[in-house]
Design a protein around this ligand. Structure first.
Ligand SMILES: [Zn+2]
Length: 139
């Protein structure tokens, strides 16, 4: 399956085209593609006296221009810096879940109530025995 995948350059074909059009006579598009050696040559010869620039322009337009790794520059926007796959815009489901309900406050005893000394449950002060554990309430 690896042979079926055509690896292409991450350089932008549009940038290479524009550079070739406007500053191709000094080889800027070749520097952009990483071809520094031929870029210097273009710089010294005004793009091989214009012929090299014209050839490169045609090659970029036809999608046969390559970078210094021999990879075709055919992606118009370029893939440099792009993630391998587009991540979904919505956040992880864990962050979208509603927060857990707040813990209800502990029961508040009022003036007529007291805590059982035996089990700690709230009982009425006028009761003799705890309704929960049956212990005798200490008043
Ligand atoms: Zn009790």
């Amino acid at each position: 399956m690896a042979e079926a995948y055509q690896q292409t350059s991450e350089k932008s074909r549009l940038v290479a085209l524009l550079l070739c059009l406007f500053v191709g006579y000094i080889g800027i598009h070749r520097f952009y593609a990483g071809k520094n050696g031929s870029g210097v040559l273009y710089l010294c010869t005004y793009g091989l006296f214009g012929i090299g620039v014209l050839v490169d322009l045609i090659m970029i337009l036809t999608g046969s221009f390559t970078d210094d790794h021999g990879l075709l520059i055919i992606d118009w926007e370029g893939t440099e810096g792009k993630p391998a796959s587009y991540a979904p815009a919505h956040p992880h489901p864990a962050y979208t879940q509603t927060p857990p309900r707040p813990v209800p406050p502990p029961p508040q005893k009022n003036a007529e109530e007291m805590f059982c000394n035996s089990c700690g449950s709230i009982v009425k002060k006028d009761e003799t025995f705890c309704r929960n554990c049956g212990a005798v309430l200490q008043h």
